[in-house]
Each structure stands twice: as structure tokens, then as C-alpha cells.
Design a binder for this molecule. Structure first.
Ligand SMILES: Cc1cc2nc3c(=O)[nH]c(=O)nc-3n(C[C@H](O)[C@H](O)[C@H](O)COP(=O)(O)OP(=O)(O)OC[C@H]3O[C@@H](n4cnc5c(N)ncnc54)[C@H](O)[C@@H]3O)c2cc1C
Ligand SMILES: NC(=O)c1ccc[n+]([C@@H]2O[C@H](COP(=O)([O-])OP(=O)(O)OC[C@H]3O[C@@H](n4cnc5c(N)ncnc54)[C@H](OP(=O)(O)O)[C@@H]3O)[C@@H](O)[C@H]2O)c1
Length: 378
């Protein structure tokens, strides 16, 4: 039986094997995700901590402690550390990857942030402060915010986000573009000139406040897919956002051999995050190695001359995409897909996959592909 420590801890420093998610927290930085730490055979969760030292390496043996934790989470009254997830009526979002790093952490303000205290503090919304803003074009921008440590989500999910307008929250659905182990939140947004929210949101400055709902949801999570060989992520416009989170998740790389990230836009200037995906991610200290070997980024545009031209659906149907990336054409027996874009893209891409024998998955049942609107036509 795995012991789960959820009470305030007395030690200042803890050294031990950790799941890869912890390896993403850089020395000197604080983390805010679910982190189960293998301390002398017990799974210990430190919600708020500072990483003092970190050694990233594949450990020769795996403790399987996180697997065992999942197995015991719901029949063990002592698993109070998981109460916050049980209240959401869904499985705890613990990392199922093998431990592969050694870190020394300093639990910080643990008692104050104990999950046992969350219940009292919970409301439907959190106020977050804008940390950075980046405008890509006249139509697109991204921003990062603080993250309330109690806010949990699975990579690929969306949340209601917006502004306080005249004392009332003006909210819209937004995919979280950051990964669930990062201590900030990131959003990738359209600017609709007459849009009730984005006509205002596009003027955000560092230090401004946004309102973020406390419950994340959505179908674009890898748990909704059956096991498979290659994963195709089909995103157009801001439909890229959920996939930015999914490609930072080490579990995605454990579950699939190749991850093909397809981003279709009208114009080259709209291929946001291209520089990050091509140059920065492959150099990332922790993700770089797996992303360089397993992630294939394929941007394509329809209204500018570019090396890859055409709609993603057309490039798949003609076979050009598969020639370009040197992979076998997508097939239901081996491959899995996620789709996020306009209602038209969803309709056409879904029809193409159903035609090839793919079955759609959802929250209740895993399938060969899942879809989500990047926006709704009003
Ligand atoms: C599940 C889900 C996830 C979403 N995630 C994101 C996201 O990560 N980033 C994001 O920018 N938007 C996202 N949206 C759209 C978002 O909810 C809002 O519609 C958008 O912020 C515009 O809000 P608004 O009040 O300014 O205009 P709205 O009144 O909401 O929209 C006006 C019109 O603008 C167009 N439009 C709206 N959003 C987009 C878009 N993203 N791309 C292209 N055209 C659009 C549509 O034609 C819509 O009818 C998502 C929507 C859904 C349903
Ligand atoms: N005026 C502007 O410059 C401008 C710019 C961006 C957005 N917008 C507004 O924002 C809305 C959404 O624009 P968006 O560019 O984010 O999304 P979009 O219209 O869905 O286009 C994004 C990409 O998806 C492609 N696409 C569209 N329908 C598809 C389908 N059925 N199957 C496969 N691929 C498909 C587009 O190709 P195609 O080019 O072939 O359609 C384009 O390459 C539009 O309604 C528009 O009014 C306007």
C-alpha cells in the first residue's frame, strides 16, 4: 500500500526520484502542478515548492509508485491529497510516466496550500495577472498569466476566461496553451474587431487582471484516444492552442511514436509559435531530445506562397503530406488524430477520417480520433 502524505510536512529539503513532470521545473523556480515525489517508498505530494537542484536522467529502475498511487487513490481514505480531483468527479491527473529525474526540493508554504484547505478557498473564478503579451498579427496575439496553484487541468483542455466588465465576468471558452506542469497559464487568441470579449482583450497590458474559471474541460485529451502508433494533431488558426499544451506533455511521447503537428493558416504571418516549435523546443533541456526525434511540425498556408501550401485535408487526401513527412498515410489500424479548428474544418476532417474507418472518441469512450471547435459561429 502506498502512503500518501497530505498533512503539512516538517522537512525543509527533500531529495528523491520524481516523475518527469518535476524535471520541467527549473532550479530556483516554483512549480504548481500535481507532483508526486517518491520519498523512501511513499508518494508525497508537494503542491508548492522550489526546486533547489535537478539532475535529469533515465533512472535504471522504475518504482511504479505513481501507477500504484492511481490504483489505491480511491479505495484509501488517506488519499486526501487527491480530494481536489475527486470533487471534480474525474480521475486524478497524476503523471503516469516513469520516474526519470532526481530533484531536491524545498516545500514552500505547504500547510497554507494544502489540498485540505482548497475547499474553503475555492470559488468559480480566479483572478490572474497578465505577465506577458505578444502580438503576432493584427488578428492574433498570445499572453501569459499567473496561475492559481489550485487550478488543475489536463493538457488539451479549455477553460472559461475573460474580463470583468462593469462588475460582471465576460467570459469565453479558451484552450490552455501552456502545459499543466507550468507555473503560468498561456492563451493564444484571435482579435475579433467587434467581438464582445476580444475587442477588449486585445488591449491587455502586463499587470492587468483576467478572470479564469476554475473548471477545465474538453475532449482533446490523450486519454480519450486508443493506443496507437502515430498521433496527428490537426489545427487551423487558433486551433493550434490545445496542441501546444499536448506536445509539451511527456506522456504524449510515451504513448505515441511520432506526433505530427499540423498547423494550417491563411497567411504565413499567422503561423504563430513556428519559431518556438522549430528552434526553441528542440533545444529545450528536458523536452528537446524527445521532441527532436518524435515531433514532426508541418505548417501550411493557403493564401501566401510557402513551402507547404494547401488545406490540411487536401494535403492528406492527395498524399502529399505523407510524402513530405516520410510517414505512411494515416490509417485507422495504427494512427490516431485530434482535430481543432473552424466548424468547416471539423466537418471536413471528421468526414475524411470516418471515411477511412476511424471511430470518434469522447469522454466516455476512447476512440481513434477526437474533435473540438476552435470557435463557434454566432
Ligand atoms: C471549446 C472552445 C475553445 C476555444 N478556444 C479558443 C482559443 O484558444 N483562442 C481563441 O482565440 N478563441 C477560442 N475560442 C473562441 C472564443 O471562445 C471566442 O469566441 C473568441 O475569444 C472571440 O470572442 P468575442 O467575444 O470577441 O467574439 P464572439 O462573439 O465570441 O465571436 C464572434 C465571431 O468571431 C469569430 N471567431 C471567434 N473566435 C474565433 C477564433 N478563435 N478564430 C477565428 N474566428 C473566431 C467567429 O466567427 C464568431 O462568430 C474557443 C471556443 C470554443 C467553443
Ligand atoms: N480578414 C482577415 O484577414 C482575417 C484573417 C483571419 C481571420 N479572419 C476571420 O476569422 C475567421 C476565422 O479565420 P481563420 O483564418 O482563423 O480560420 P479559417 O477561415 O478556418 O482558416 C484557417 C485555415 O484553415 C483552412 N480551412 C478553412 N476551412 C477548411 C476546411 N473545411 N478544411 C480544411 N481547411 C480549411 C483555411 O483555408 P482557406 O484559406 O482555403 O479557407 C486556412 O488555411 C474568419 O471567419 C474570418 O472572418 C479574418
Amino acid at each position: 500500500m502506498v502512503a500518501v502524505h497530505d498533512a503539512p510536512v516538517s522537512f525543509d529539503k527533500v531529495r528523491g526520484a520524481a516523475c518527469p513532470v518535476m524535471c520541467f521545473i527549473r532550479p530556483g523556480e516554483a512549480g504548481a502542478c500535481d507532483r508526486y515525489f517518491d520519498v523512501e517508498g511513499a508518494a508525497v505530494r508537494f503542491d508548492s515548492h522550489v526546486v533547489l537542484e535537478r539532475r535529469v536522467e533515465r533512472l535504471p529502475s522504475r518504482s511504479g509508485i505513481v501507477d500504484r498511487l492511481i490504483a489505491t487513490a480511491f479505495d484509501n481514505g488517506a488519499a486526501a491529497a487527491l480530494a481536489i480531483h475527486q470533487r471534480d468527479a474525474r480521475p486524478p491527473s497524476v503523471c503516469r510516466a516513469k520516474p526519470n529525474c532526481v530533484v531536491v526540493i524545498s516545500p514552500r508554504h505547504f500547510a497554507a496550500n494544502s489540498p485540505l484547505n482548497y475547499g474553503i478557498q475555492m470559488s468559480s473564478f480566479n483572478q490572474e495577472r497578465v505577465l506577458s503579451v505578444r502580438h503576432w498579427t493584427d488578428n492574433l496575439f498570445s499572453f501569459t498569466t499567473t496561475r492559481t496553484p489550485t487550478f488543475r487541468f489536463r493538457n488539451g483542455e479549455f477553460v472559461m476566461m475573460g474580463l470583468d466588465v462593469g462588475g460582471k465576468p465576460l467570459l469565453r471558452a479558451y484552450s490552455v496553451a501552456s502545459a499543466n506542469y507550468e507555473d503560468h497559464l498561456e492563451f493564444f487568441s484571435i482579435k475579433v474587431p467587434e467581438g464582445p470579449l476580444t475587442s477588449r482583450l486585445q488591449h491587455l497590458n502586463v499587470g492587468d487582471e483576467v478572470v479564469v474559471g476554475t473548471k477545465a474541460t474538453g475532449t482533446l485529451v490523450i486519454d480519450n484516444l486508443r493506443a496507437g502508433r502515430n498521433l496527428f494533431l490537426v489545427g487551423t488558426g487558433t486551433g493550434l492552442a490545445p496542441f501546444l499544451s499536448i506536445i509539451k506533455d511527456p506522456e504524449t511521447y510515451e504513448k505515441f511514436e511520432k506526433i505530427v503537428l499540423l498547423h494550417g493558416c491563411r497567411r504565413i504571418s499567422e503561423l504563430a509559435y513556428g519559431e518556438y516549435l522549430t528552434h526553441d523546443l528542440p533545444k529545450d533541456e528536458v523536452l528537446g531530445e524527445i521532441a527532436s526525434t518524435q515531433l514532426v511540425y508541418y505548417p501550411t498556408v493557403t493564401r501566401d506562397p510557402f513551402r507547404n501550401r494547401g488545406r490540411i485535408t487536401d494535403l492528406m487526401t492527395s498524399g502529399k503530406l505523407f510524402e513530405d513527412i516520410r510517414l505512411d498515410p494515416i490509417d485507422a489500424a495504427n494512427d490516431r488524430a485530434m482535430i481543432c479548428g473552424s466548424p468547416d474544418l471539423m466537418r471536413d476532417a471528421k468526414a475524411m477520417l470516418l471515411d477511412r474507418g476511424f471511430e470518434e472518441g469522447n469522454h466516455g469512450e476512447a476512440g481513434d480520433f477526437v474533435v473540438e471547435k476552435a470557435f463557434a459561429e454566432r
